[in-house]
Design a protein around this ligand. Structure first.
Ligand SMILES: Cc1cc2nc3c(=O)[nH]c(=O)nc-3n(C[C@H](O)[C@H](O)[C@H](O)COP(=O)(O)O)c2cc1C
Length: 326
C-alpha cells in the first residue's frame, strides 16, 4: 500500500502538503516536515506589501528627510533585492537539504509590481509556484468583468514568464464560483488551491478600534472547502489542492474522497506542532489499510459530484433532509 500521487505534474509520496505560513519560513521546520512525511511544502509567501515596506523603511532610516530624486529607484531596487535575497536563500537551502518538492509562493495585489520577481523563484530552484490571488473586490466600481480580466491577464503573463508549474490560490468571493473556477482551469494553469483563508477583521468595542480576527481556522471551516471541491473536482481541467479547515487525518480522507488531489494543512500544525504531519500521514494510511485500499486512486473522488449528477447533493438536498426530513 502506498500514498504516492502527482501534484502539479510532480511525483510526491504523500498527498498531505504543508501550506504556506510562518512555519514554512524556517529551514529547521522544513526538515522536520519532510521527515514527518509531508508530500511537498509551500514556502511562506513573498508579500508585495512586505517588499514595499522594506524599501520605505530603509529609505527612512538612511535619511528620513531626504527626497531621493533619481536615486530612489536605484535604492528601492537594491533594498527589494536584499529583502528577497533572504527568501530565495531559504528556497535554495531547502532545495539542497530536502528531497520533496519546494513550492514558492507570491501574494500580490497589483499586476505591475511583482511580475518581475516570478522568474527569480524559478532561478532559486522552486519546483513550482503558488500564486495567492485572494483578491477581494471591495470597490463598488469594480465589476465581475474587471476581476475576470485581472485573473486572466495575470495567469497569461505568468505562464509566459516561468516554465515551472503554476497554481493559483483563490478565495471564496466570486459571483459565479463554479463557472469561474472552471474558466480559470482552462487558462493553462496546473492547479487551483481552494481556498485561501484571509485574515478577517474584527471590531474592539472597548477601544472602538479595528483588530484582526483569529488567524487560525476552526474545524468547522472544512465544510465549505469540502462542498466546493466535491462540486468542482470533476469539472476543472487541473489539480485541486484543498486548503482551509483540515485538522485531522479524517478531514484529509474526506477531501480526497471529494476529489482533491492534495490537501494542505496550516492551522493544525500551529496548534499541534509541525511533527503533527506524521499523525496525519499515519491516520491516512491506517484508514486506507482498514478499507483495504492499495493506493489513493482506489478512492480519490469517490464522492465527488459526477458528470450529470446534481450538485445540489452538496447543498439543498442536505438542507431538505435536515429540516424537512425529505
Ligand atoms: C499564521 C499564518 C500565516 C499564513 N501565511 C500565508 C502566506 O504567507 N501565504 C499564503 O498563501 N497563505 C498564508 N496563510 C494561509 C494558509 O496557507 C491557509 O490557506 C489557511 O491558514 C487555511 O488553512 P488551515 O485551515 O489549514 O489553516 C497563513 C495562515 C496562517 C494561519
Amino acid at each position: 500500500m502506498n500514498t504516492n500521487t502527482k501534484y502539479l505534474g510532480i511525483d510526491i509520496e504523500s498527498p498531505i502538503v504543508a501550506g504556506s505560513c510562518g512555519l514554512t519560513n524556517d529551514i529547521e521546520n522544513l526538515k522536520k516536515l519532510e521527515s514527518a512525511g509531508a508530500g511537498a511544502i509551500v514556502i511562506k509567501s513573498v508579500f508585495e506589501e512586505q517588499i514595499i515596506y522594506d524599501i520605505k523603511h530603509s529609505l527612512n532610516v538612511m535619511a528620513p528627510t531626504d527626497n531621493y530624486g533619481m536615486s530612489y529607484e536605484y535604492i528601492a531596487a537594491h533594498v527589494a533585492d536584499d529583502s528577497l535575497k533572504k527568501h530565495f536563500d531559504l528556497i535554495s537551502e531547502a532545495k539542497k537539504a530536502l528531497h520533496i518538492p519546494i513550492i514558492g509562493s507570491i501574494n500580490c495585489y497589483s499586476f505591475e509590481n511583482w511580475m518581475t520577481y516570478t522568474k527569480r523563484f524559478q532561478d532559486a530552484g522552486c519546483d513550482a509556484l503558488e500564486l495567492n490571488l485572494a483578491i477581494l473586490p471591495y470597490e463598488t466600481s469594480t465589476s465581475y468583468e474587471d476581476v475576470d480580466r485581472l485573473f486572466s491577464d495575470i495567469i497569461n503573463t505568468l505562464k509566459k514568464s516561468v516554465s515551472i508549474p503554476v497554481s493559483i490560490k483563490v478565495g471564496t468571493n466570486f459571483t459565479d464560483m463554479a463557472n469561474f473556477m472552471q474558466r480559470i482551469s482552462w487558462m493553462g494553469i496546473d492547479g487551483i488551491t481552494m481556498f485561501n483563508k484571509p485574515i478577517n477583521v474584527d471590531i474592539d468595542v472597548d477601544t472602538l478600534q479595528l483588530k484582526h480576527a483569529p488567524s487560525l481556522s476552526s474545524p468547522d471551516e472544512i465544510y465549505n472547502t469540502l462542498r466546493w471541491i466535491a462540486i468542482l473536482s470533476k469539472k476543472v481541467r487541473c489539480d485541486i489542492s484543498a486548503s482551509t479547515g483540515v485538522h485531522t487525518a479524517e478531514d484529509v480522507v474526506k477531501l480526497l474522497l471529494a476529489g482533491a488531489g492534495t490537501v494542505q494543512v496550516v492551522s493544525c500544525l500551529y496548534k499541534n506542532g509541525v511533527e503533527y504531519m506524521r499523525n496525519l500521514n499515519e491516520g491516512l494510511r491506517a484508514w486506507m489499510e482498514g478499507k483495504g485500499y492499495e493506493s489513493l486512486n482506489d478512492f480519490k473522488g469517490k464522492l465527488a459530484v459526477k458528470q450529470g449528477e446534481q450538485a445540489s447533493l452538496f447543498f439543498r438536498t442536505q438542507f431538505m433532509k435536515h429540516f424537512a426530513q425529505i
